[in-house]
Design a protein around this ligand. Sequence first.
Ligand code: UDP
Ligand code: MG
Length: 338
Amino acid sequence: MHDAAAPARDEATQPVPVLSVVIPIYNEQEALPLTVARLRPILDGMGVSYEVVGIDDGSTDATPVIMQKIRQDWPELRIVRFARNSGHQAALTAGIHRALGDYVVSIDADLQDPPEKIAEMYALAREKDLDIVYGVRGDRGTDTFFKRRTAGAYYWLMRKLVGKNMPNQAGDFRLLSRAAVNALKSLPEHQPVYRLLVPWLGFSSGEVVYVREERVAGSTHYPLSKMIRLALDSITNFSASPLRLATWLGLTSFVICFGLAIYTTIQYALGATVPGWASLFIGMVFLGGVQLVCVGLLGEYIGRIYSAVQARPAYFVGYDSADEDAVARGERNPEHAA
Ligand code: UDP
Ligand code: MG
């Protein structure tokens, strides 16, 4: 989702917090008060200025009312409400695009990601000067067998597509530096899948291991249909290999056709065939192969058109001495250099 409406960081009018915490929230009336009760003392205790960006993803229960009430005595909470339910990744996009902080942490609203780890992520990023800190699930003991299996298959496939620098079992609980956020904002993606795009950036990264806890209240909003959708988005976002399927099927059927042609000719020579069968059979297999190869050929071009339309930048600059010079001359604030 390209978020053109998101305002740029307006440093003249708004004080820039050090930390932004983005929370996608959908129908979390039971969980939200518990989450806030645990999250707030941690953020208050970190000793840095912060904001919390709560994205209400078109909740239809009492969530909006509860959020307003919480905001009354927690001015650090900013509420962004979607007109309708648009999905977890869309809510993350809106939050990441609106967050003002030098570091942006995204966390679920159901306490499955322990908020205590935010302080750990921030400390690690600061200490080692990292752009990304992944929350990596050390143990999925509380997830159902089905969820563990589907998640295992998903991460296996994604590592094949994005490459080995994608940490295993890293979901959407992570910290991003301003540089990483700006890089993500520069991507023209319409359906960003952050757990793939963030490793793809290739920025310096670290990991914080945590135990995935049980959802504190309410029930999951990720039914099988949404999981399949996420997997399809992930595959098509990063690979044109499904389009290549036809090419491979076509080539395989050519090889099989060759074998069958020899077999059929022998059978024909032996007189073991019904008249007309041999020519009909070879013709059928041959044409099937030709058609699949042609479809595959189209797929190859569509794949290239797709990646051209995606128009992802070919590189991100990690360091430029000119920036350093500008900072030295006092023309640019080092934290806020785009
Ligand atoms: N969520 C959202 N929009 C949706 C579904 C979920 O914003 O359409 C939020 C939800 O409130 C939670 C997070 O995304 O904060 C993860 O969702 P959930 O806990 O239901 O997924 P699970 O942890 O079971 O994969
Ligand atoms: Mg959850």
